[in-house]
Design a protein. Sequence first.
Lengths: 328, 792
Amino acid sequence: MIHRFVRIMITTALVEFVVLHVPLSAGADSIRPIVAVLTPGATYEPLLDGLREGLARRGYLNGQNFRLVVEDTRGDIEGLRFRAMKVVDTKPDVLVTLTTAVTAVAKQANQQIPIVFTLVANPVHYDLVHDFASSRNNMTGVSTYAASLAGKRLEVLTEIVSKVKAVLAIVSSKEKMAQDTAEFLDNAAKKMGIQIVRRDVATVGEFENVLRDKSAMMVDAVFYVPSNLLSRQIRSLIMKLNRVKIPFAVNDESMVKMGALTSYGGDYRLFGLQAAKLVAKILKGAKPSDLPIEAPDRFLLTINLKTAKAIGLDISRKVLERADRLLE
Amino acid sequence: MLRRKLMHGLKHLVPLPRSIRWRLFWLLGGLSLVTVLAVLALWLPAEIREIDSFEDELQRVTVRSIQVRIDHFVREIERDLSRATRQFHMAAFEGDQEGVRGVGQWLLQQHPAFEEVGLLDPRGMETFRLSRRVATVEHVLRDHTGTSFFREGLRKPVHWDRVVITETSEPRVTLTMRFASTGGRVPGIAYAVVNLKFLWELMEDLKVSRESRAYVVDGDGRLIASSDRSLVLRQLSFAQRPVVNELIFSKNPLAVPFVHGYYVNELGIEVSATGMWLAGPSWGVFIEQPLATLYASMWRAVWFLLGLSVAGVLVSFAIAHIISRKVAAPITRLRQGAERIALGQLDHRVPAETADEIGDLARQFNRMSEALKASYDGLEEKVAARTRELSMLYTALTPLAGAEAMPERFVYILQKLISVTGADAASIRVIDKQTKAYTYVAHVGFDPQHLAVLPRTMRSGSSDEMIFADGKPIISGDILADNRITRKRQLEFGLKSTAFLPLIVQSEVRGIIHLASRKLGYFTDEKQEYLMMIARLMGIVVENQQLLQSSIKYAEDLNRSNQELEQFAYVASHDLQEPLRMITGYTQLLSKRYKGKLDQSADEFMGFVVDGAKRMQVLINDLLTYSRVGTRGKEVAPTDCALVLDKTLEGLRVAIQESGAVVTAEPLPVVMGDETQLGQLFQNLIGNAIKYRDHEPPAIHVSCQRENEVWRFAVADNGIGIDPQHAERIFQVFQRLHTREEYSGTGIGLAVCKKIVERHGGKIWVESQGVKGATFYFTLPAKLPEVPGVSE
């Protein structure tokens, strides 16, 4: 028993040493500056594409005159702090964080390295920055208005899916942003006369239980409440909902591409481009506190016609005409 | 005149180098420098103006570009809202709420800048609102009665309201459009909330330079867009900036194409700004650029030009240096050649390397130096010849102090003169100033018949008179053709060339030296200096001859006089002894036999006769002694002065004892002298020292020191001393400083001493302060005849 314990400890120490001290991208150590990205992974790949594209537009080519280091937490909330410290140890010139939870952990892990956040619903509300004009700390970024946009998203959903009476909202109980979004959703739904079937989940198991819950599936549509937990399970959720032919409204086009019916909100790629703009300014010497928090440049309405057809949904012509993107 | 003054001033200001090379260098370099300065003076201001104008134009173009972009944005927004307003009006008129919503959704879809759209009734109540962010159901229709956009929107067909910054730090402006009025009544207005992020990004994208900034102010001068968003968020007002102030308070801003000015911005940087007005929203668009940046290109141009100019000048000076050196090198070599030739190196030749003027000059120079060398060689020969001639003449004239008679000497001189000058005949004639008559001192080579016609007097207006008047010679190569010569008769005797030279004695023309030649042109002016040198030499010879003759005559007269005087003195003193002794003897006999037998006066008179006879005897003895020094002296021989002194003191023993004198002496040398006379010398000096004593006993010290070639003897005493003013007089015969009553004596003793010393080749003198004591010094030659085994 003791022998086994010692072996585990040694293994853990070795893993920790390797994780903490081995460079993330060996062979390109000498390239400066370093832009590190701390991301929960999952559906945020378009944002990273936008970030790369935006930096390239401004002359920063990865591996040539700067180094992009990406730390993907893969939705691991428990290990988030450890991951954040690992990224900080690489001493990047700018740290880009995705989502509110990741940004909050990154802020705790470091007070010096400039942080450009994105996919943060309301940075003032979550005490990440002082106000939108100036963070008064080492942070700046792009706010998504994800929470406050919940009512508008619900309205868009009702325009696409007529006669919506009940909507399922699976809420990550450990993520504040998810809770806030659910609150905005509830308020709007009440005014619109729509019932929100809310299921709070804290683990993947609980989430899977919701999917197996027959009563939860007896709704007219499902509303995606953004969270790290659900983002990891988004594919299975989309598959499940399409299988049971329930319209699924999400906040990002990338999920629509996976099979969700519709999305309304900021585009991840555009978020990446906006973040790249801020990163470039910081790399050129600007202080994060001098860069106001930006709002999304635009909100996009995307509809997956294939999914609509699959679930037997007819969408009015007017709605289709005002959609920014239609996926077939 | 001005140019001369300018050049004069420049010379004082910048001393011009004396070297041609450096003059050429400074000329070429200076020309290039002046050219560069002129180009700079003309070009630089134009360049600066051009850059300044370019920068202004660049700012204007940039502002215009921003203005066009914003204008395009504004027109697009207005066009969309205008279209939507008409549709809103129709749908609202028909009561089609779904249609109104559809128009609203269409409008939001048209441009991402539209964030919200709504309709207001004539009372200002919201009848419809659609937002990009908020669900319609979440809206509470608001009362906009008190809002500015409602009031102004109702009044104007199109109205852009004030820009506001939301809590999310985004600029938004409300655009209103009035529904078409029906029956003079406005049925309502449509409004759209426009997000002006576009402006912000536009400000970031459009810049003149990295340091420049573009910004937009509203009609109040409030900042609504800037490349620095933080400034907008601080909601600054730029109304106080001159250019902004000028534009927003202009009566018709649209009529002002551009405003331009300078100010210090909020960062404390002095900037140049250009702005223009924007139709529609009534915004001013500006771009500012730090002056430092603005003029950076200008300064770069200036420095580039200056650097280029300096480089150009340096290159020019380098080229000038090379050219001047290349051009001046042959000249320098010419100069060096001239210096070498000047130092006597007449064989030196300057290399003639080029075929140009300098090469020609070098060749001419070489020819000149060759000619100079030839001339110099000839000159050397001539000088040598003349030197030989003069040397011969000098050699001939130098031994003229012989005993020949004057005419014979001058005949000899003329013979030598003819020999030296090559003349065929020569004569010397002197003039009697009173009678103007000539006396021919000597003549050689003239025909006797010719001599007969030579001038005997100086006639008025003749060439001779000119010579006597100005002391200049008359030299004629052709007597017949020379108008100065009045007497042509000389030609009758075949003489064709002549020279009349002034005989100058003691700065006065005393005669004429006449040289004549049978060769035509033999005497020319070129020989004037040479002939005058001979004339001066002849004058000196004559003068020396006269002086010599005078000196010889004087010395002979003096010698004869001295001999006669000495003979007289000796004879007189010697021959007077006998009658004097007779007078003395018989006077004493008369005094002895008849004393007391005659009257008292007779006794007294006889006493005077006896005393006078005795004194005369003493005087005669002394005079005899004095004369004998020169006439009866013995041959000098080595004489021991110590022995002489001892003998002298022995002779003076009585006087010494009586006076109580103390005589001391240092060792005395052996000298060449007359022992008797030296004894006389010591006796006189020591005797005087004893005689001229005061109340103290005489203290006499005899010493002697070697001084170069003589012995200096000293006889010092402590007597009454001698006044220095009489130091010379006491050595003259019969000169006395005291009366016979004070001190006895004839006054001839020191004269005897002087004569003895001088006979021995020495000197005697006295030194005394005149109060007490005197020292008599005399010198005697120290050299003794060399006798083997004997030394001094």
